[in-house]
Design a protein around this ligand. Structure first.
Ligand code: SF4
Length: 126
């Protein structure tokens, strides 16, 4: 390898080392992964799948008396995502000023639900 080839190869290696991490992070974000800097998002109550289970960020937003019922001996007022069997507290963080965590229901896949939220699939923790 002559001097010119050596410098060309060195410049290529430096360029690749500089750009490659950015490309990998962008790809991870595109796939919905958790690359550094990727922001967690809350389930949008207006999404069709969330609407189907009446998901809200605050259980006080539920005004329909037919929904505001006791479940498994728990008063409606005490039913929140954070007290639900499907809530995943290991993913808790703060999103848009709200404490939020994971939810095992398919409609919440890849997103978070508000700790004070609620939906019709609420279930008492065992
Ligand atoms: S299943 Fe439970 S944790 Fe998930 S949105 Fe409904 S009430 Fe919240």
């Amino acid at each position: 390898m002559n001097r010119r080839s050596f410098f060309q190869a060195s410049l290529f290696a430096i360029g690749a080392a500089t750009v490659l991490p950015s490309i990998l992070q962008a790809e991870e974000r595109r796939r919905g992964g958790s690359a550094a800097g990727a922001a967690a998002t809350l389930v949008d109550p207006k999404d069709a799948a969330a609407k189907a289970v009446n998901y809200v960020h605050l259980n006080t937003e539920i005004k329909d008396k037919a929904l505001r019922t006791d479940r498994n001996g728990v008063k409606f007022e005490a039913q929140h995502c954070k007290s639900c069997a499907f809530y995943d507290a290991s993913k808790e963080t703060t999103v848009a000023g709200k404490k939020a965590g994971g939810c095992q229901m398919p409609f919440a896949a890849g997103k978070l639900v508000a700790a004070e939220g609620w939906c019709t699939t609420w279930a008492k923790k065992a």
